[in-house]
Write a protein that binds this ligand. Structure first.
Ligand code: G6P
Length: 366
């Protein structure tokens, strides 16, 4: 009811603004890296496995794609990420030393549960879930679990469940890295420090809301949008496009920016807003040349940069600068900005933000 919403107009907006708190809650009690945070016997399992298979649907799948970048770069463990509804029906090559990780807000998604059972039927017994509901079927079915503490998520379009999943997956990354002897004490301390800083950093990103509202007023008049990211921000571009589609009904597609020239550039005209996630990382210079390709065709660029990106607004180039440089955790901060963009665009279009047409919060049938 209205009382629960407080100053917010929709649950989605309230849930976006709850993120600093619920990420703090999800990481509460993490005083250091301790495998047993993932359940009894986790250390032995993490020692034994030599690869990771992530299974999920929807937004949770994009959390998995993000985690692949983290786990492979920090823990040096190979990761594959599969859409649950595809994995369960295809012939794949199982390996017993796989850590099967399901990611699910509800813990009840039929395809994800079926994919888990399929993996087990192929002889993969090391199972872990990152789940928001401790009493769910998924938590009962998996040997290990990390419970995110997003609290009840009402908005059909997932927001706080996603960022708490990412926080838990970052912790999993550090844990696998430590078990594999990939972290010095100094690196571990630095990562943990960055992780603990997330709530404060996220609150500062959410404070950019007025600037994002100004962009949303432009977006509300469009019927198409392109989202670009590179590397670890490609999954975040996918999630940003999904959010916009789900609640504003604007057709949005995400591309890794290097693929632009292999097709989507044909779509770019003055009518096509191109949202670009452009933090200062190793790929920024490449991304700038992708942005130039868009500008040369008259495309309007809407760039989320960070404090170090050295990109300034100009003709057809709109920049919102996130206040810090976030390193590995950058996806969590950038996605919050994209959530606000989708929310305010939908608001301007007058759609039913919390209950978008044709969609369900939890899909418990195939
Ligand atoms: C539905 C929801 C999405 C969610 C997906 C997976 O499609 O609308 O927001 O990402 O299911 O749900 P899960 O509970 O497994 O994370």
């Amino acid at each position: 009811g209205a009382a629960e919403l407080g100053p917010y107009r929709h649950y989605m907006q309230k849930e976006i603004f709850e993120q600093p708190r619920v990420i703090g809650d999800t990481l509460e009690g993490v005083t250091g890296i301790m495998p047993e945070l993932f359940g009894d016997g986790a250390f032995a399992v993490f020692k034994k496995i030599d690869r990771v298979l992530i299974l999920a649907c929807g937004t949770s799948y994009y959390a998995g794609l993000t985690a692949k970048y983290w786990i492979e770069s920090v823990a040096k463990v190979p990761v594959s990420v599969e859409i649950a509804s595809e994995y369960r029906y295809r012939d794949s090559v199982p390996h017993p030393d796989t850590l099967v990780v399901t990611i699910t807000q509800s813990g009840e998604t039929a395809d994800t549960l079926a994919a888990l059972k399929h993996a087990r039927s192929l002889g993969m017994e090391h199972t872990l879930t990152i789940c928001n509901v401790s009493t769910s079927a998924m938590v009962r079915e998996c040997k290990l679990a990390y419970i995110t503490r997003a609290g009840v998520e009402v908005g059909v379009a997932s927001t706080k469940a996603f960022t708490t999943q990412l926080a838990a997956l970052f912790l999993l990354t550090l844990t696998l890295a430590q078990v594999n002897g990939r972290l010095t004490d100094a690196e571990e301390a630095e990562h943990l420090k960055q992780m603990r800083h997330l709530p404060v950093a996220l609150a500062a990103v959410l404070a950019l809301e007025p600037q994002i509202i100004a962009w949303a007023d432009d977006f509300a008049r469009k019927e198409n949008a392109l989202f670009l990211g590179r590397g670890i921000h490609y999954p975040i571009a996918l999630e940003g496009a999904l959010k916009l589609k789900e609640i504003s009904y604007i057709h949005a597609e995400a591309y890794p920016a290097g693929e632009l020239k292999h097709g989507p550039l044909a779509l770019v005209t003055e009518e096509m807003p191109v949202v670009t996630i452009a933090p200062n990382d190793a790929l920024l210079e490449k991304l700038k040349s992708n942005m130039q390709e868009v500008r040369a065709r008259g495309g309007q660029l809407y760039v989320f940069a960070d404090v170090d990106s050295r990109i300034t607004s100009g003709d057809g180039l709109h920049v919102i600068r996130l206040p810090e440089h976030y390193g590995l955790l950058s996806p969590i901060l950038h996605v919050a900005a994209l959530q606000l963009l989708a929310y305010h665009t939908a608001l301007a279009r007058g759609t039913d933000v919390d209950k978008p047409r044709n969609l369900a919060k939890s899909v418990t049938v195939e």
